[in-house]
Ligand binder design. Structure first.
Ligand code: ATP
Length: 543
């Protein structure tokens, strides 16, 4: 799939706009237009329904050790700054960046790649920000330019190996930066904290400093006790939250995939330590299935268990759900969601203070005088099980998903092109979004075939009736073929047309977006039929 086509569809049909576009845009920020807003809301609502409100508290779902409860939370974006000190974000949430003295651009150290090339005794590491064949082609062009050679002289360049990360290079004097004309303009890598800083109240100094949350998870941990004390939940149970998070990404890119302001859908699931490996497996599989159920297909979606070296210092298991986004080089996948076994790291950090690993255990990090480096709340966040009479700090399984990345993956997967016969029987190119009915921004469009003979009145009545239950759209302008095409392009599953026979037999035409199948339905049955189609039930085809 050609990503440019999807990006242009998103702009043209009002799914996504660059933020602040009339002022030239702001890198890493995106606005959702009318249809994008519906789509993303549907993604978040499907998640909330499937994980929280639709969850059956009374029966263990397949693969779960036992029945459990799920509840919601909506915590603030700005929280007490100590939270980020104890969670580790203050000290550890950074990327390494390199600056270019010539272009004034900044790059993530781990994202720049390049190839070594030699010419007339000079050896240079030529960089690119692209991967795969594109990256190789770019480095070839740049090397020719650097040495003042023409395309026909390409074989005079001696290339050493394939594209490798800038992280493998020790001497930056030999590096030709991604936007530089001469080697040696990149600075050594430096740490860069990804949290956005702000100031609360009238205190302008460091006393008033606070951060925009880089994840929604911490709001859940610090409310663990409130929820336990107020909601009659008992371990095992989960708290879910959907909300904005902010990260000052060094190189935001790939459309909404890496943004500076984005939305997360996170669950913190609290369980007994001895059961936590089983719960980890349950959540990993459950979350993978969720994407499959909503239409992400086999090969492009994968569940990848982290290697031991990749695991965070507190985790005994992490898996990523990844999607082969079309903007990535072939064979590469991008993270949609991470499912992590976090042990008791988070609750303990907020009790005792920032933790670090010492051998096999986690201990409070101390300063030179032996005092905690970042003090915890001092509150008891343990849990008392009044059936077993046991007190313990629950272990946590965290499925952490991105609403924008999921929305983008569903859009990429849905984008389809085919050929259909036009009104004269000639093949016409068609673009359609094969979105799952639950995600489709508009569930059905209602058309009168022509704007006369009473057809608009009948169609408007159907529209108003359906509107009570579904997001439906009415359109009477232009040729009906064009109206179908417009709906296909935004993923509307069903078009309902009031036509000639409608006026005599009281039926209308239902048309299916994917199969183009048409069948007739009685006007009074439209609501029920549409509900059935959207539920994915076998159609009662009557024509
Ligand atoms: P990456 O390695 O891609 O930066 P991450 O491992 O830092 O991601 P997490 O901290 O695990 O991401 O965040 C959980 C989820 O939040 C991610 O799986 C992703 O869906 C979403 N997310 C994280 N950062 C961004 C971002 N900059 N833009 C959009 N979504 C994001």
């Amino acid at each position: 799939m050609d990503m440019d086509k999807l990006v242009s569809l998103c702009k043209r049909r009002g799914f996504l706009f660059q933020s602040s576009e009339i002022y030239g845009g702001l890198n890493g920020f995106w606005d959702y237009g009318p249809l994008g807003t519906e789509l993303k809301r549907n993604v978040k609502e499907a998640w909330w329904r499937d994980m929280v409100t639709g969850h059956d508290d009374l029966a263990a779902p397949p693969g779960a050790p036992e029945a459990f409860q799920m509840v919601g939370l909506d915590s603030t974006i700005i929280m007490h700054p100590q939270i980020w000190k104890c969670s580790g974000h203050y000290d550890l949430f950074h990327d390494f960046m390199v600056d270019c003295r010539e272009s004034k651009k900044r790059y993530r150290h781990d994202q720049v790649r390049g190839r070594w090339v030699a010419y007339q005794g000079k050896r240079v590491f030529v960089t690119t920000q692209s991967g795969g064949d594109e990256g190789v082609a770019e480095t070839a062009q740049r090397a020719l330019k650097l040495f003042g050679l023409r395309g026909k002289d390409a074989e005079r360049l001696a290339w050493e190996g394939e594209l490798v990360s800038l992280m493998t290079v020790a001497d930056f004097a030999q590096v030709l930066g991604p936007d530089a004309r001469e080697p040696g303009t990149l600075t050594e890598p430096r740490e860069f904290n990804l949290m956005f800083k702000t100031y609360v109240g009238a205190l302008s100094g460091e006393e008033g400093a606070a951060f925009l949350r880089p994840e929604t998870a911490q709001g859940i941990f610090v409310n663990f006790k409130n929820v336990v004390d107020s909601s009659r939940v008992s371990v095992p149970f989960g708290i879910a939250q959907v909300g904005k998070s902010f990260r000052n990404e060094i190189t935001p890119r790939n459309f909404t995939f890496r943004s500076r302001e984005f939305e997360q859908m996170e669950i913190e699931f609290f369980c007994h330590p001895t059961q936590s490996p089983d719960w980890y497996r349950f959540w990993r599989d459950r979350r993978y299935r969720w994407y499959v159920e909503l239409g992400l297909a086999g090969e492009r979606l994968r569940l990848r268990d982290h290697d031991k070296e990749e695991l965070s210092h507190y985790s005994c298991g992490t898996a990523d759900i990844e999607y082969a986004f079309p903007f990535l080089p072939p064979g590469e996948f991008g993270e949609l969601e991470g499912i992590a076994h976090r042990g008791d790291f988070d609750l303990r950090s907020h009790m005792e203070g920032k933790l670090v690993r010492q051998g096999d255990s986690l201990v409070v990090e101390t300063d030179a005088e032996g005092k905690p480096r970042h003090k915890g709340s001092g509150k008891d966040l343990s849990y008392y099980d009044d059936v077993t009479r046991e007190r313990y700090i629950p272990h946590v399984i965290e499925p952490s998903a991105g609403a924008d990345r999921a929305t983008l993956a569903f859009l990429c997967e849905a984008y389809q092109e085919d050929k259909v016969p036009d009104e004269h029987g000639n093949p016409r190119e068609r673009v359609f979004l094969r979105l799952h009915p639950r995600l489709a921004p508009i569930k059905a469009a209602v058309f009168p075939l022509v704007k006369k003979d009473g057809m608009p009145e009948v169609a408007q009545n159907i529209y108003r009736d359906l509107k009570q239950q579904f997001n439906v759209y009415y359109d009477e302008k232009g040729a009906v073929g064009r109206r179908y095409a417009r709906q296909d392009e935004v993923g509307t599953p069903i078009c309902i047309t009031v036509d000639g026979p409608s006026l005599t037999d009281g039926t209308v035409t239902f048309r299916d977006r994917d199969t183009l199948r048409q069948w007739r339905v009685k006007v009074e049955d439209c609501r029920e039929e549409l509900a059935k189609v959207l539920r994915g039930e076998q159609l009662a085809i009557s024509s």
